[in-house]
Design a protein around this ligand. Structure first.
Ligand SMILES: [Zn+2]
Length: 120
């Protein structure tokens, strides 16, 4: 979507990713606007949430697709983008990194023998 800087009048655009990111943030923090940053003067211009939602009504679906894609093909750029937003990183953290179901009976055995040995 197109935005015009409120300070220097530079027109710039928000990409789909930026819109998703903005909507996600606004949704999580219950905000009614997003601060878009001007590429020229770096000052922030407020963009109303309604406007972004109108421009990108199916963003939740797009977000799901994006997350599925990112899980299937992890990219270094994507992870660094997440890094800058710790709250998002928490949500995106995979619940099962590695299924480690192999138990180690050795540790428990020593514990048992210890307590058994202590027993008088
Ligand atoms: Zn500007």
């Amino acid at each position: 979507m197109n935005i015009k800087c409120a300070f220097c009048q530079t027109p710039y655009t928000l990409s789909r990713i930026q819109m998703i990111d903005a909507l996600q943030k606004m949704d999580a923090e219950k905000l009614t606007h997003y601060d878009a940053h001007c590429p020229r003067c770096r000052r922030s211009t407020r963009v109303e949430r309604k406007r972004v939602e109108m421009f990108f009504p199916n963003w939740r679906e797009a977000l799901k697709q994006l997350e599925a894609e990112m899980q299937a093909h992890p990219q270094p750029e994507a992870s660094s983008a997440v890094e800058s937003r710790p709250d998002a990183a928490k949500q995106k953290e995979p619940k099962k990194a590695k299924p480690q179901s192999a138990p180690k009976p050795a540790a428990k055995k020593t514990e048992k023998t210890k307590s058994a040995a202590k027993k008088k």
